[in-house]
Design a protein around this ligand. Structure first.
Ligand code: ZN
Ligand code: MN
Length: 484
């Protein structure tokens, strides 16, 4: 039996997070709005109207093109892609064709085990989204709210080799899009959609076989499932003496299966021609230079730098760079703190991230919004208070939530609420004596040899001191008092 290798390329449609649509002033985002309430004559394609290009769309797309190392065209053109479908009121989609915004980039995909696969990015082009149709009660309805929503279509080469790699690519792409503030990339809201081209060939071969295109996959899990099923289907087909035909398949989310939609259109069917109602996009050198100067450091570069500069383990660096605001927060806290950055990282991964995750997140908000009053400098201050034994570890952790809620500097809270650690013979010894006096039975048991009760007494002292007692000193004093 031959060994088969899958050859997968992904086409993604990415909704750019601009305020307004691509060619009119309607809001770009109409998630949750009633059908046909966010439309105008331009996006509905009424006769006599003219489109006007939204500059913000070009800026966001150019930033993405730069991030995937693509060559940005000085001049690119819009084209009409003609097809007839009820959700496309004009009878054509304004897209780009032979002269797209950018071509020829790459995307480095980290694979498990530390390897990287370099995917080619064939091209990026701008286009408008179409509306949606919906079948209900035997009738077909059309909602045009999404007509004219700005999209960038980004196409990879046939460089992915498994369903898992395809899913990984989408996870990394989503991270990059949010990082660049190009798109909120929420798949459930159709802000990131994916079509997959799938074929198989004998492992190690270099030729490409006929491929199928899978449409309508709306989550990362669905992409993984649909591609895995399609690879299996093609292998079965070929091994039983058949051939793979160039079909377009639709993923049925509810049934978890692929259905044949139609034989694939060929380019000729679309009768592309230049859009006569729009000028070419010309990006002059000065504008591009200015825009590219505002590009942030990218996630993988930052991850590598965190390992190098702060001596973080790969694992920490990966988690702290999952999202841009979090990585910036870490770095600001590490700079404000005089101790080792790894300690900041530990607190962030254990305590701060837990608080972030407990907080309900709003779409499009940075993760650190959940931290409200807790600035990176405040976090560094809490660590310093714990390091200097001004407060106990337990108090330090409790301070996180107090500072989030109030924004008051940690040191001020410690003073106001009297949270400083209790240590030294005087005050601490008094509390220990009280704890013993209040629990004579346990004290007797301890003296009779049940020494495991020492920890229980430490717990009593912690409770009485509201977490302020120095645990090591407490144990030491209790031991002395209980024996004596
Ligand atoms: Zn409109
Ligand atoms: Mn498209």
């Amino acid at each position: 039996m031959a060994e088969w290798e899958a050859v997968i390329g992904l086409e993604t449609h990415i909704q750019l997070s601009t305020e307004s649509k691509i060619f009119c002033r309607c809001r770009a985002d109409s998630w949750g709005q009633p059908p046909n309430t966010n439309i105008c004559p331009v996006c509905c394609g009424l006769p006599g109207v003219l489109p006007v290009l939204n500059r913000g769309v070009v800026e966001k797309a150019v930033r993405l093109a730069a991030a995937v190392h693509a060559t940005i065209a000085e001049t690119s053109y819009f084209a009409r892609k003609n097809y007839f479908y009820p959700d496309l009121p004009k009878g054509y989609q304004i897209s780009q064709y032979d002269e797209p915004l950018a071509r020829g980039g790459y995307f480095d995909l980290p694979l498990p085990g530390g390897a990287t696969r370099r995917l080619t990015i064939q091209k990026l082009h701008l286009e408008e989204d179409a509306g949606k149709t919906k079948l209900a009660g035997g009738q077909r309805y059309v909602d045009m709210n999404r007509c004219g929503v700005p999209l960038v279509e980004m196409v990879t080469g046939p460089d992915l080799r498994s369903a898992d790699e395809a899913a990984q690519y989408l996870i990394r792409l989503r991270q990059l899009l949010r990082w660049l503030e190009t798109s909120e990339a929420n798949m459930e809201r159709a802000q990131l959609r994916c079509d997959a081209n799938v074929s198989i060939r004998p492992a190690g071969a270099i030729h490409l076989n006929p491929k199928t295109e899978i449409k309508n996959v709306n989550s990362i899990e669905a992409v993984r499932d649909a591609i895995a099923k399609e690879i299996q289907r093609q292998v079965r087909e070929v091994e039983s003496g058949g051939q793979v035909e160039a079909w377009t398949l639709e993923w049925d989310e509810d049934a978890g299966m692929l259905r044949k939609m139609r034989a694939k259109e060929t380019e000729g069917d679309y009768r592309y021609f230049r859009e006569p109602d729009l000028l070419p996009i010309r990006l002059d050198e000065a504008w591009r230079t200015r825009l590219l100067a505002t590009m942030p450091e990218l996630p993988l570069e930052r991850r590598a730098r965190f390992v190098r500069e702060y001596q973080l383990p790969e694992y920490d660096a990966e988690i702290l760079t999952e999202e841009r605001s979090l990585s910036e927060y870490f770095e600001a806290a590490a700079r404000a703190y005089s101790g080792e950055a790894k300690r900041v990282s530990n607190w962030m991964m254990n305590d701060v991230l837990r608080l972030v995750r407990e907080h309900p997140q709003q779409a499009g908000q940075p993760q650190t919004a959940a931290l409200a009053g807790l600035t990176p400098a405040h976090l560094a201050e809490i660590l310093t208070l714990v390091d200097s034994a001004t407060v106990t570890l337990a108090t330090g952790k409790a301070l996180l939530e107090k500072v989030i809620a109030t924004g008051t500097p940690p040191r001020a809270i410690v003073e106001r609420e009297g949270l400083a650690q209790i240590s030294g013979a005087g005050a601490l010894e008094d509390i220990c004596r009280q704890a013993i006096a209040e629990n004579p039975e346990q004290a007797t048991q301890y003296r009779a040899g049940k020494t495991t009760l020492l920890q229980w007494f430490v717990g009593q002292v912690m409770k009485k001191s509201r977490g302020k007692a120095n645990p090591q000193e407490t144990a030491h004093i209790l031991e002395k008092l209980l024996v004596g």
